[in-house]
Design a protein around this ligand. Sequence first.
Ligand SMILES: Cc1cc2nc3c(=O)[nH]c(=O)nc-3n(C[C@H](O)[C@H](O)[C@H](O)COP(=O)(O)O)c2cc1C
Length: 185
Amino acid sequence: MKNVLVVSGHPRLDDDSVVNKAIVEELAKIEGYAVDRLDALYPDFRFDVAAEQAKLMEADVIVLQYPVFWYGMPALLQKWMEDVFEHGFSHGSSGKALVGKELVVSMTIGAPREAYGEGAAVHVEDLLLPVKGACALTGMEFAGFECTYGVSYLSRVTDGARQDMEKAGREQAVRVTELVEKLDA
Ligand SMILES: Cc1cc2nc3c(=O)[nH]c(=O)nc-3n(C[C@H](O)[C@H](O)[C@H](O)COP(=O)(O)O)c2cc1C
């Protein structure tokens, strides 16, 4: 069985999330999956670096779960990476702790698919560049991504719209598990 660490980067999963909350709740039910709720553990952005590094070392597969904010990851997740991926741990001549681990990105995206499709200023693949760079530097394998488009917080206008988003989140969770299942890790 693979050890899967889901690093949840939504800054307010309990009171300001629909889709990420649904995804995280579904993934948490699966055997072998551990959810690292950064918003709950580190609301002040002050990370227990040793504890986070230990979780990463235990994992075969790391899933970065986040809403796209300003064409990237939320500041909470970005800061986690800045602090936890230390020289000598994840990179540098003696930093080999992440080599060979598989990394999956699971994003939720407010704008519709067309906003990131052909001819758009930013293609969905562009959103992955920093993560792909981090994989190249640390020796992790970039194992692919899943996303759901068109789930902006601005669209949570009716109960029906929220329910559709929750359903989309549960469906994304299934796709993530299918992707993970196929990995060799
Ligand atoms: C500060 C902020 C920045 C955002 N930036 C983007 C963006 O760059 N592109 C985009 O498509 N959606 C953007 N969104 C929309 C979020 O991606 C969307 O609300 C989120 O994925 C919904 O997930 P949730 O229900 O778990 O909060 C942004 C939302 C916020 C609050």
